[in-house]
Ligand binder design. Structure first.
Ligand code: T46
Length: 137
């Protein structure tokens, strides 16, 4: 099964332009408790380098483009996000890295929980150990 789970977001386009609506538990598969966005990232910067114990998120590149690597401890897959009408769903226990940001990239993230540093696993060896313990792999 692919690690890349994309959600097509319906755009209400007409001759004035485009509009996309995001609604928790409707076109977004969880209750949205937090929204943040990443911008002005330097093109040679790599971010992320962590997994979440339970957080669910949808990443939407609302302007420009960037690449996301997902790793479940067994396989790695990469996707380029470059359109505001596609969301990338990332569930729990997936290592992620974001890179190759275009100069003007704005990456918006919808999250199922408020910010909680205890939910992060920021060490790759510990990530693999936790997967092993929980028999995720
Ligand atoms: C993720 C990827 C896609 C907050 O204070 N509140 C927040 O809601 C967030 C997300 C971050 N922060 C603080 C924590 C750090 O001091 O902002 C700083 C930068 O966060 P971080 O280094 O975790 O950023 P990224 O780009 O590596 O990762 C972020 C999210 O943290 C993470 O959940 O999945 O984007």
């Amino acid at each position: 099964m692919s690690l890349i789970k994309l959600i097509q977001l319906k755009s209400h386009g007409d001759d004035r332009g485009q509009l996309i609506s995001l609604e928790g538990n409707r076109n977004i598969p969880f209750n949205i408790k937090r929204v943040y966005y990443i911008y002005e990232t330097l093109t040679d910067v790599r971010r992320g380098f962590h997994a979440h114990k339970s957080l669910e998120q949808i990443l939407i590149c609302i302007y420009g483009s960037c690449s996301i690597l997902l790793d479940d401890g067994d396989k790695k897959e990469t996707i380029r996000l470059n359109t505001p009408n596609v969301g990338l769903y990332i569930g729990a226990m997936l290592w992620r890295e974001m890179f190759d940001f275009s100069k003007e990239c704005v990456l918006m993230v919808l999250a199922s929980e408020h910010y909680k540093e205890e939910d992060y696993i920021r060490n790759y060896t510990r990530f693999l150990e936790e997967l092993e313990c929980a028999s995720y792999v």
